[in-house]
Each structure stands twice: as C-alpha cells, then as structure tokens.
Design a protein around this ligand. Structure first.
Ligand code: NAD
Length: 504
C-alpha cells in the first residue's frame, strides 16, 4: 500500500473498500494476505506484421504533387479506412487496377492524395492478471485500449474476484488485454494480434483455468479468434469451447450474452426503483458510453418507457430533452460503416453539447458505462440525478463517492450493477460443458433471479436488515452500499479458504 509520488495508485485506491470490509468482518489475516495482491501478474509482448498504409498529405504537400495521375483501384475492399484517416492498403489493390505511384505518392479520386507508409513488424505490450481462483477458474475480460497499465488491470482483475463471488458464479477473477488503439488497425491486424496473444498465453488459459471475455475494444469476433487459436489442433476441441465466453451465438455463445451486462444494469435499476417507489416509465436517464453496455442498457430502458435524454462518449455528447430515438442512435453508432469510431457524435436528431454540460443534465438516473474514474468529486458536485448505476468498472473515484454520499445520491456499485455479463458468461460456459443451447427467456429469467437476489442481500447488509438470505452477511451496523457489496464478496471467498484450508 505504498503511495507512489505522494499519490495513491488506482489499485491502492480501489483496495480501500477491500480493507474496510475486511476489518468489518474481522477477516482471517492469511486470507487477507492472499487477496491483497494478485496470484499472478503476466506481462508479455506480442508482435505482428502490419500492412502498408496510405497517409493523407496535408493541403500544402498535396499542392506540390499535382502531377500524380489519378489511380483507379478496382477491388472494392482493397482500401480499408481507419479511424485516424489512414487507409490500410491490401495487396489485392493491385488486382485489375490502374495505379500510378510517384515518389511514394498515390492519388485516389474521392479519397484524396496519400503517401504510402511502409508497414512492418510492430510490438505491443500485453497483460493478463490472474487475481484469485479459490472459488473457480480465473475469469475476466480482455481490453484492447491505448490507456492500459499493470495497475489498471490489477484493479479490474480484483474487481472480477469480488464480482464473481457477488453474482454467485463459480469463478475467480482476472483481467488483461493489449495496449493498442484498435481503431487504428485493420481487422486482419487485430486478428493476428489476438492469435498471437493466445499463442503466447495458451498454457495459462483453459475452460477450467482462465476464461477470457469481451471488454472495452473487444467483441464476439475477437472471442472467436481466441477460441480458434486455443482449440486449433486439439483432439477434443469441442470440449474446449468454454475457454472464452461472449462468443457469437452461432458458435457456442449464449442467447442474451450480448445484452447481458446492460440487462443486468436494468434489473438492478428496477430493484432500486421498486424500493424507492419510483416508476421507470417516463424516468429520465443519461448514459456515458454507447458501446456494448451503454447501448444495451439504453435499448432496454427505452423499451420500459424511460427517456434517454443525453449520451456522452469519447468523441462527443448529444442531448434531447424529449428523449433520444434509441433505435436510430444504435443504427448511427453500430450499423453505419462510415462511423469508424462508433461514436454518437454527428447524430442528427439531437443537439451536440459539451461533456461538462452532460454531467449537469437533470435526470433521475445516470449510467456511467465507459471507462473508470469519470465521476470525480467535481463531477459528483455537478450531477443532478437521484441514482448513479455503475455500468462501467470503477467509474467513481473515492472523492466522487464521498460527494455522492454527502449529496444523498444513491449508487449501485459496479460489482453488482454490471455483473450481468459475467453471470451470463457462466451460463454460456455451462451450456458449452453440457453441449446445450438455452433460450433467451430462460437466460434472462435466471439472470433476473440471481441479480435481484444478490442485490437484495447487499441492500440488507447496507441497512443492517438481516433476513433469511442476508443474515450471514450483516455486520451489526449500517454501512455504505459499496462496502456492503464487498462484505458479501469477502465472506463468500473467505469461506473457501476457511473450509478448504491452504495447501502448504
Ligand atoms: P465498448 O468498447 O463496447 O464501449 C466503450 C464506450 O465508452 C464507447 O462508447 C466509447 O466511446 C466510450 N468511452 C471510452 N472512453 C471514454 C471517455 N473518456 N469518455 C466518454 N466515453 C468514453 O465497451 P463496453 O464493453 O461497453 O464496456 C464499457 C464499460 O463496462 C467498461 O468499463 C467495461 O469494463 C465495463 N463492463 C463491460 C462488460 C461487458 O460485458 N462488455 C461487463 C462488465 C463491465
């Protein structure tokens, strides 16, 4: 717990809740040591060959190369646009094309004048932190993002240990990924990178060892690459489908998994609204992040009659007081091939506002569903909502938490609020083991029961209101909801150590 440069790391910060809860339950000192740091911190490097790119010339540079004749590239998919304005030049561009290249410059009508930048080998830093496996195989997402670090992955891996215990699924906690901006690489490069990651990490993965899932910057397609690489050449490879979850339903994924995290967020919000005697019909909601979690939560809440009044993402913010047309927004973000960054920016039927103003929009519920540490003390001061439902992992800082509590804004902590994803991942894993395929209605019925029951236990612990299911977890005094959730997790985890003992 040493502060670095006088500033605590994200991990140290996040572990404050752990220590508070451990003190409250009088946790066995050896169990505390086991949980205080991860079991394993894997850091490794992966290399790939990158393709040549077309980099747009500045207006000034372009003015000097007017003599380059326009080229005609026939193969429609030969030039793959990237979010940074570059194009990946696939070799099939040469097929049946009429190309002129002068001093490395190419002129492509309707696209622009570009310099050809040679591809070549690139190296990326990769991580997998396996935090704890006392309750079951390591489990957690794979993140492809430019701002990742050992400290961040340690925090997220520990969160998975708490979350799997809270959701009562027989898994431990892990997290990992690659430091990369995936929007600036072609699909093929991302595929190669993923295959290489699994190639290097394979001996530490497996359906009973460590089971990745999608997280920020990854999706079902990437899970398919991981499964293929892991099972390739294995004699009984169908038995190994459970090595990753979040797969496409056509290749062993579960019905309902794509929307499970957003669905879980909504189940928790429903319970909160029921307790508060509020109706979701007509409720006003703001959402940060319109990726997997944010857009699913938006669609489901919209279906329940709520109004999504503002959405912020990394590239922009939109606002419409009467409620945004969610189906049209999903179309704009996720089904429009020209929207390379998958952003809400540029959506026509809502006004563009600043991120600062987003936090001030008056609403009943705010769902942070992007990255961590967004709701700082400052942001919490500005919020005009009744509830923060944490779709993202770690969106609220310690300061943010303090201010929300002072202002009596309720919080549904991430470890229960976004646990729908890992819960349905467990159902997917079970279906893979049994070679079964469950209906979406079955999946959601189980998910709803599991989350609502555990959410209820957390609220009982928070209010010190012992009931049949919660009696074993109450600590004789009221605590904040985040601490209550951690108490539930730690008691369930500690039981394994106390009952099974330690291998020496
Ligand atoms: P995603 O990559 O599909 O979407 C991320 C969204 O966040 C995008 O809309 C992006 O524009 C936005 N974003 C990124 N940086 C931002 C910033 N600085 N400010 C505002 N918006 C920003 O990711 P996802 O799978 O939806 O995950 C979102 C969050 O939910 C993450 O914290 C993730 O760890 C957590 N989570 C995801 C799952 C899952 O099943 N996918 C499960 C549990 C928790």
């Amino acid at each position: 717990m040493t502060p670095r440069n006088g500033r605590k790391s994200i991990y140290d910060d996040a572990m404050e809740t752990f220590h508070r809860a451990a003190d409250l339950i009088g946790m066995n000192p050896r169990v505390r040591l086991e949980l205080e740091e991860p079991d394993f911190e894997h850091i490794f490097y992966v290399t790939i060959e990158t393709r040549d790119r077309l980099v747009p010339l500045t207006a000034e540079e372009a003015a000097q190369v007017r003599d380059v004749r326009p080229s005609s590239v026939k193969a429609a998919d030969a030039l793959e646009p990237l979010a940074n304005g570059h194009f990946v030049l696939h070799r099939r561009a040469l097929l049946e094309s009429d190309i002129e290249l002068r001093r490395g410059v190419i002129n492509i009508p309707q696209k622009g004048i570009f310099r050809v930048q040679k591809g070549g080998p690139r190296k990326f830093k990769a991580y997998r932190i396996q935090h704890n496996q006392v309750r079951g195989p390591y489990k957690g997402g794979i993140r492809f993002h430019k701002d990742v670090s050992l400290d961040l992955f340690k925090t997220l891996a520990a969160d998975m240990t708490w979350k799997t215990a809270i959701a009562e699924v027989p898994f431990g906690g892990a997290k990992g990924g690659i430091k990369i901006d995936p929007f600036n690489y072609s699909r093929e490069e991302i595929e190669h990178l993923t295959l290489r990651y699994v190639y290097k990490f394979k001996k530490f993965m497996g359906p009973f060892l460590d089971i990745p899932a999608p997280d920020v910057g990854t999706n079902g397609e990437i899970m398919a690459y991981m499964m293929r690489q892991f099972t390739d050449g294995e004699r009984e490879h169908h038995k190994l489908r459970g090595v990753v979850t979040g797969k496409d339903v056509r290749i062993g994924g579960s019905e309902g998994r794509l929307k499970a995290t957003g669905q879980g967020v909504v189940y928790c919000i429903e319970e909160w609204a029921r307790e508060r005697g509020l109706a979701l019909k007509g409720a006003r909601v703001t959402i940060q992040g319109f990726g997997n979690v944010g857009s699913s939560a938006a669609e489901i809440l919209h279906g329940l009659g709520a109004r999504i009044v503002a959405v912020n993402d990394v590239n922009g913010t939109i606002h419409r007081d009467e409620g945004i047309d969610v189906a049209a927004l999903v179309q704009h973000v996720h089904h429009n091939p020209a929207n390379l960054r998958r952003t809400v920016a540029g959506f026509r039927d809502a006004a563009a506002i600043s991120k600062d103003d987003f936090w001030r929009v008056e609403a009943d519920i705010c769902i942070p569903a992007a990255l961590g540490e967004e709701i700082t003390g400052d942001v919490a001061e500005r919020l005009r909502v009744k509830l923060v439902a944490e779709g993202a992992n770690g969106p609220t800082t310690r300061d943010g938490d303090r201010v929300l509590a002072e202002r009596r804004i309720d919080v549904i902590p991430d470890v229960i609020c976004n646990a729908g994803g890992v819960t349905v991942s467990y159902y997917e894993w079970l279906q893979n083991q049994r070679l079964e395929h469950w209906s979406e209605a079955d999946v959601n019925a189980r998910l709803s029961l599991a989350l609502k029951k555990n959410f209820g236990i957390i609220m009982d612990v928070a209010r010190d209101r012992p009931q049949r299911d919660s009696r074993a977890y109450c600590v004789g005094r009221a605590v904040d909801v985040r601490t209550a959730a951690m108490i539930l997790a730690l008691k369930r985890i500690e039981a394994h150590y106390l009952l099974e003992g330690f291998s020496q």
